[in-house]
Design a protein around this ligand. Structure first.
Ligand code: PLP
Length: 462
């Protein structure tokens, strides 16, 4: 580990292959935006200049991962790449049993179906879209137990992803531990702005839940980023490696769901890992129905290999420092310009505070959706809404959820963009900020039934 905190972060790689970027005119972008119903998810990638929609599956693989792709063992059953992945998960995450899935939601689907009975309650540190959707499809009720600071974009709490133990205890009192099959802890918390959870908190949640027979399931999607924050922010962890911290975090939990498309820098892949044999057996049965045989889970052998190698690379200190350093770099520049963002900046993204950006818009005029559309129009940069559209509707009353946070997420794929791209992004956000008073909001003209933010369509308000 080359630990050189005095020097600034720099990409710990050089570029071997390039993919040209396309510039468009404002006229072209205007047309593209109309065709996309003012939803950045419906834009064609070809019409995008810098793509900050998501860090999911958009990362650059290393030469070591690409070399692994050529070693794919495409046997239907028992591929050697499955065993390589199983070894890596056992070594770095520490769980006993592995079920690969095509991506994170495949694992969420399976664990929700196995553990949740209709009418159960599933606490979590803020919801994540697909996680909650699968809990609800299985008949569960999601209960948010994150600390209040997480809902305040200006709170500088170093671990804004923490679980509020009082909220968990009062839920147990109210509904009884028997109605709570597990708590789902996300590290880091995507919807709160990529905010981490402290080791102390994970330990305490685990102790409380286990004393009531409630399982702890980690959403380990960005657990490596979380481990880096523990190393740099939590007392007593300065001298531990990211890999050691990751292993300890997982040791307080009973299993995890994982989207390999984030931390593990693959274009597709995920897994469910679990310590309990009975749950594993059930999951291994179910994966055959929904994903594929339990040694490939909907993935090609080469994808399993790339993910196994991604696990080794993700915990390298130089890598994770540069990854988070890049996001911090953009955050510092925006703050210096007085642009309202969620603080502290999170691991994978900068979140613009659309409420403060566009205070003249009501929440049902979709301020964050508006801002994402305007940023694209201005610059060709694609971001995404994380506000009322993403929050969806209450499944019982049919009303919009009105989340406190109304954000636009600028998400940085790992190892893809340079510091100059970061500078251009800052300039574009600044130009959008200067034009903010002219923005008029949107109305929703098409609303899909599930995860509406992906496919909803909008029109400008006159
Ligand atoms: C992306 C994500 C998921 C879902 O994973 P997919 O691979 O997109 O299915 C779950 N939880 C969190 C925190 C995520 O960011």
């Amino acid at each position: 580990m080359s630990d050189t905190p005095k020097r600034s972060w720099a990409e710990p790689f050089k570029i071997k292959m390039v993919e040209p970027l396309k510039m468009t005119t404002r006229e072209e972008r205007k047309k593209a935006l109309q065709e996309a119903g003012y939803n950045t998810f419906l834009l064609r990638s070809e019409d995008v200049y810098i793509d900050l929609l998501t860090d999911s599956g958009t990362n650059a693989m290393s030469d070591y991962q690409w070399a692994g792709m050529m070693l794919g063992d495409e046997a239907y059953a028992g591929s050697k790449n499955f065993y390589n992945l199983e070894n890596a998960v056992q070594k770095f995450y520490g769980y006993k049993y592995l079920v690969p899935t095509h991506q994170g939601r495949g694992a969420e689907h399976i664990i929700s179906k196995i553990l949740i009975k209709p009418g159960d309650f599933v606490p979590g540190n803020m919801y994540f879209t697909t996680t909650r959707a699968h809990q609800e499809l299985a008949g569960g009720n999601f209960v948010d137990v994150i600390i209040d600071e997480a809902h305040d974009p200006t709170s500088l709490h170093p671990f804004k992803g923490n679980v509020d133990l009082d909220k968990v205890e009062s839920l147990i009192k109210k509904v009884g531990a028997k109605k709570i099959p597990y708590i789902s802890i996300a590290v880091t918390v995507n919807m709160a702005g990529g905010q981490p959870v402290s080791m102390e908190n994970i330990r305490a949640v685990s102790k409380l839940c286990r004393s009531h027979g409630i399982k702890v399931i980690l959403d380990a999607t960005r657990a490596v980023e979380n481990a880096y924050y523990i190393k740099t922010r939590e007392k007593g962890f300065e001298d531990r490696t990211v890999a050691q911290i990751l292993h300890e975090m997982c040791s307080y939990t009973d299993g995890c769901t994982m989207s390999g498309k984030k931390d593990l820098m693959v274009n597709i892949g995920g897994f469910l890992a679990i310590n309990d044999w009975d749950v594993f057996e059930e999951a291994r049965n179910m994966v055959v129905l929904f994903e594929g045989l339990h040694t490939y889970g909907g993935l090609a052998g080469r994808d399993l290999e790339a993910m196994a190698r991604g696990i080794e690379e993700a915990v390298q200190y130089d890598h994770i420092r540069a990854r988070i350093g890049q996001v911090e770099y953009v955050g510092e520049k925006l703050k210096a310009l007085g642009i309202p963002i969620v603080q502290p900046t999170g691991g994978h993204a900068i979140f613009l505070d659309a409420r403060k950006f566009l205070p003249h818009l009501k929440q049902d005029q979709f301020p964050a959706q508006t801002l994402a559309a305007e940023l694209y129009l201005e610059s060709g940069i694609r971001a995404m809404e994380r506000g009322i559209v993403s929050a969806g509707r209450n499944k019982d009353t049919g009303e919009h959820y009105y989340p406190k946070l109304e954000l636009v997420r600028l998400t940085f794929p790992r190892r893809v963009y340079t510091q100059a791209h970061c500078d251009v992004t800052v300039e574009a956000v600044e130009a959008t900020f200067e034009a903010r008073n002219q923005m008029k909001g949107l109305k929703m003209v098409y609303e899909p039934k599930y995860l509406r933010f992906f496919q909803a369509r909008f029109e400008p308000l006159a």
